[in-house]
Design a protein around this ligand. Structure first.
Ligand code: PLP
Length: 451
């Protein structure tokens, strides 16, 4: 049951957290986590009763919002009948989750390997690609995030890998298109796309095509800045993979399950990968779950030869029951269509309008319920509002922006010099408008740091 907001309970929760919880990606003494008393739909609230509109969907995963009654009931029902059962058995919740996912993934990605989250999905996709091809190397994008485990963080291009880069080996990073901050000196999106493809093919030539097992890309890179690939890019990567017999992995841990206004972002581009990783939105994170959707050809590799990998909780019944209920809720309530429709008719225009009035907004980009505002010191030079990977005093402008948004009742997603607008995919138009009013106020604070 959701605890009633009570400041004394909040203080005790906070004290125990500070004494005993070791937080991810943080300097433990420099953080001040909010004690959260409850959450419902697009909102959560603290122990003083202050409510926040969640423009982050947690870590971009509560695609149907918090505490959806049908999913909560499905988890309770599963717990009452079969809380857990080992992965080697056929279990109704697991079979049904796999069927519903396979029905929605593009092409012939019809076999589902379940994991506990996104990073381990990436680990397994890479292992499958290496075993399928018998080749050692994986090519990944500098502007990417693929997870915090050993191989996944090494594949990641995000600066977080700097602290934990573990020299796993066999990973080669490359540039991907980003017209706003292009390294290709391109004049238009098509040229950006063509040059990025040329760069990728050159990289493969130097590495030796016969050594490359896989190219892994986020279909729409999320954490690194929500950069919708320009026309032709992903289709071009598909062609390169086919030409050299390279496995194409699309990581849809963040972009999948409605976030872009399609069940899978690959559908935006008409591209079918050989492996597709998912997690987060598959069950809105109500119980940890991820997985790899596998093509017929790769599944066949492990038809007579055992796949050397597995997890104790693979396809956990509670997680799968949550996935079945979530996917059914998304279908019944038109959640994917909602993300597409409101993304195009409300979010895009509202953010463009904010950009017109606020000099701190350098660029607005996105699709569906997946948007980023790039905040800059100067629109002409495009100098970021804070330096790359800034902390402490150097990050003060973004900290002031975030504090203002929170003060006005919106919890913003802030990453470096960007704010990502990633509310639940079933957010309403009224909620969005409330959120944009708060962003408007917070951007006025960011404007004071422009020059
Ligand atoms: N891949 C992508 C594209 C992600 O965005 C993330 C997490 O944000 C991951 C993988 C890692 O997922 P997890 O945190 O569930 O391990």
């Amino acid at each position: 049951m959701t605890p009633q907001p009570n400041p004394d309970t909040g203080a005790a929760v906070k004290a125990a957290d500070r004494a005993h919880v070791f937080h991810s990606w943080s300097a433990q003494d420099l953080i001040d986590p909010l004690a959260v008393a409850g959450a419902e739909g697009s909102y959560f609230w603290d122990y003083d009763g202050k409510r926040y509109l969640d423009f982050t969907s947690g870590l971009v995963y509560t695609n149907i919002g918090y505490q959806h009654p049908k999913v909560v009931a499905a988890v309770q029902e599963q717990a009452a009948t079969m809380t857990t059962f080992a992965p080697a058995f056929a279990i109704e919740a697991r079979s049904e989750a796999a069927r519903l996912i396979a029905e929605r993934t593009p092409g012939d990605l019809d076999k589902i390997f379940f994991t506990n989250g996104g990073a381990d999905a990436v680990e397994h996709a890479v292992r499958m690609a290496r075993l399928h091809t018998g080749r050692p190397k994986v090519l990944s994008a500098y502007r990417s995030y693929h997870g915090g485990t050993q191989q996944a963080i090494n594949i990641t291009g995000d600066p977080r890998r700097w602290a934990s880069d573990s020299a796993t080996g066999g990973v080669v990073r490359f540039w991907t298109p980003f017209p706003y901050r292009s390294r290709f000196y391109a004049e238009n999106e098509e040229q950006e796309s063509a040059r990025a493809l040329e760069h990728l093919e050159t990289t493969i030539a130097f590495e030796g095509p016969g050594t490359v097992a896989a190219i892994i890309l986020e279909t729409v890179p999320g954490t690194a800045g929500i950069m919708v690939p320009p026309p032709g890019y992903l289709a071009g990567v598909r062609e390169i993979c086919d030409k050299y017999g390279i496995v194409f992995i699309l990581d849809e841990v963040m972009a999948g399950f409605g976030r872009t206004g399609e069940w899978f972002a690959a559908d935006l581009f008409g591209v079918v990968p050989d492996l597709l990783t998912f997690a987060k939105g598959v069950n809105s994170g109500y119980v940890p779950l991820g997985g790899v959707a596998i093509s017929g050809a790769i599944a066949e590799t492990f038809g007579k030869r055992p796949y050397p990998g597995g997890l104790t909780y693979s396809g956990h019944p509670l997680a799968c029951a949550a996935a079945v209920a979530t996917i059914n809720v998304m279908a019944e309530e038109g959640v994917v269509e909602n993300a597409r429709r409101l993304g195009g008719s409300v979010v895009g225009p509202a953010l463009a309008e904010l950009a017109e009035r606020h000099p701190s907004v350098g660029e607005v980009r996105g699709v569906g319920m997946f948007w980023a505002l790039e905040l800059v010191k100067n629109r002409e030079t495009r100098e970021p509002l804070v330096p790359y990977n800034a902390t402490g005093e150097a990050n003060a402008p973004m900290a002031a922006f975030a504090a203002a948004a929170k003060q006005h009742g919106v919890w913003p997603f802030v990453n470096m010099n960007r704010t990502h607008v990633v509310p639940p995919c079933n957010v309403t138009e009224a909620e969005l408008k409330e959120g944009f009013a708060a962003l408007d106020a917070a951007l006025s604070v960011a404007d004071t740091y422009t020059a």
